[in-house]
Design a protein around this ligand. Sequence first.
Ligand code: SF4
Length: 265
Amino acid sequence: MNAGRSAVFLDEMGIGPLWRRRGMPLAEPAAPVAVAAAAAAAAAEAEPVPAPATIAVAEPFAPVVPEAPPADDVAGMDWMRLKSTVAGCVKCGLCNGRTKTVFGVGDEKAKWLFIGEGPGRNEDLSGEPFVGPAGKLLDNMLRAIGLKRGENAYIANIVKCRPTDDTGRDRPPTPEEAAACLPYLQRQIALIQPTVLVALGKTAAVSLLELGHDTPVSSLRGTVHRYAGLPLVVTYHPAYLLRNMADKRKAWADLCLATSAYASA
Ligand code: SF4
């Protein structure tokens, strides 16, 4: 391509000025029509440019982003999230009558986890499980095996809201209410990682062991069951023991069984 044609292309492309050697005559400026004609001629004259070979470019690897657990994925919650979720839970009808949810209390790294049925009137008002006379008896039971509320022991319930009947009296939770609430307890167990579980009363025992709600506690005592791979011992609920003092002796035997299950775990 000669210097005149180069100048024409560079000018069309908006690039200039064209540097020339000193003493070299400046090319005559091309008239607009002549410029277009020259460009067309140059295009016609130009060597055919082979189409660029297609270069296969590998798709960049999509970054692997771990899927965030859904907001209501209880199994992935930490303590703070779990507590706030329970506090605002409306998963079952028990939310309608509650004053406070009763999450659980104690040492979050406890080796012993005691599981009751659900909050009663006092618990509903205070937000803490096992307060009042039944709570005092449970504290005594803990002391009998060298434990203390809040020290190596955690206390929770199957349901976190108080179940009441039509007259406003305490009642056991229904299987549906227990099933709705159980994931919270399961998450508590996973976070605490206790060594041994003690089910206090029938509701706790049959809910954890997935048995019929008419299964008597007496048929479940004296055996070390398993729940989530952990030893589970069944005993009477402290509220029952307050009404049936003679069975305290049996409850003591159950605690001894739990202690040996703990020792051999
Ligand atoms: S009992 Fe459990 S599932 Fe039902 S509303 Fe209360 S926290 Fe939610």
